[in-house]
Design a protein around this ligand. Structure first.
Ligand code: C2E
Ligand code: CA
Ligand code: CA
Ligand code: CA
Length: 278
């Protein structure tokens, strides 16, 4: 009991320290959302495996923190999702991404941009209207925006989420299921919401070579997507071997370090331009 007591005390002080740090982080986020140069998007193209042409570009958030250094989403997304700043953050990311897409449109590059949405932001009924405004403001056609969503969603909230997603669809925005195959309800989700794209989770790409199960999941996902008329993008492709294995399994598009690492906004235009000319 003595030991147990000590452990509990240690656990509590660690938890207090962690939550104090999260509060500090959230206060800093509030400033960052106003600063305009701290929260930046890096961009990673997905490519057509047959032609090498870009099929889309995913926007991934980074925080150039003035004291903590460069932070990836793993270091701050969870606290943001659980805070009252989520909707401000979501709007910020969408605005930045659409500004990038507007630049491409001006250069005649017809490539959609994909934005990751936290499941919780789909509980906000104002979201479709805000996205419609942002599309108008940036003069980006709705179908140039792909919203990547994960299906880890609380059952009791399904109705609101379905309404929000249906509204977005009817505006012409595209929907992608991120990390496909990893959620509880991936397949049931497809019967409720019409989507445009499935992103095969990186874990399956990693295991494909050694796991018959992973290979079967990729093959069946591709087959199902073909039957439903959906695009499939394999995530996290790092090697030429994975690339050819994917081609063998029927996958037509992929994303990963083997093709491109996420890159700053000022680099992506040139890359897309040269891919488009190939
Ligand atoms: P995700 O949507 O599954 O994004 C893919 C992650 O894999 C990204 O990590 C990307 O940099 C990384 N990646 C890409 N290619 C490779 C590869 O070949 N190998 C490996 N090992 N990794 C690769 P990142 O940027 O750290 O993002 C992590 C997660 O954070 C994302 O997972 C997404 O769920 C979330 N996230 C990123 N940006 C945003 C955002 O703006 N809003 C929200 N709500 N979530 C975001
Ligand atoms: Ca994603
Ligand atoms: Ca993913
Ligand atoms: Ca992921």
């Amino acid at each position: 009991a003595k030991n147990g007591g000590a452990n509990v005390a240690a656990y509590d002080s660690a938890r207090d320290a962690a939550s104090t740090d999260q509060l500090a982080l959230l206060a800093e986020l509030r400033e960052a959302l106003q600063a305009d140069d701290q929260l930046v998007l890096v961009l990673q193209p997905a490519v057509d495996l047959a032609t090498g042409a870009p099929t889309g570009v995913e926007a991934l958030i980074r925080w150039r923190h003035p004291r903590r250094g460069l932070l990836g989403p793993a270091e701050f997304i969870r606290p943001v999702e659980n805070s009252d700043q989520l909707s401000t953050f979501t709007r910020y990311v969408l605005d930045k991404a659409l500004a990038v897409a507007a630049g491409w449109a001006r250069e005649g590059l017809d490539v959609p941009i994909s934005v990751n949405l936290s499941a919780r932001s789909l509980l906000d009924r104002r979201l479709p209207g805000e996205i419609a405004d942002a599309l108008r403001r940036h003069q980006v056609p709705a179908d140039r925006l792909v919203l990547e969503i994960t299906e880890t969603v609380v059952m009791s909230e399904l109705e609101v989420i379905d309404q929000v997603l249906t509204a977005l669809r009817s505006m012409g925005v595209q929907l992608a299921v991120d990390d496909f195959g990893t959620g509880f309800s991936s397949l049931a989700f497809l019967t409720r919401i019409e989507v445009d794209e499935l992103k095969v989770d990186r874990s399956f790409v990693l295991q494909m070579a050694d796991s018959r199960e992973a290979a079967a999941i990729v093959r069946y996902t591709v087959g199902m997507a073909n039957e439903l008329g959906l695009r499939v993008v394999a995530e996290g492709v790092e090697t030429a071997a994975q690339r050819s294995a994917l081609v063998e399994l029927g996958c037509t598009a992929a994303q990963g370090y083997h093709f491109f690492k996420p890159m700053p906004a000022d680099k992506i235009g040139a890359v897309l331009g040269s891919l488009a000319r190939q």
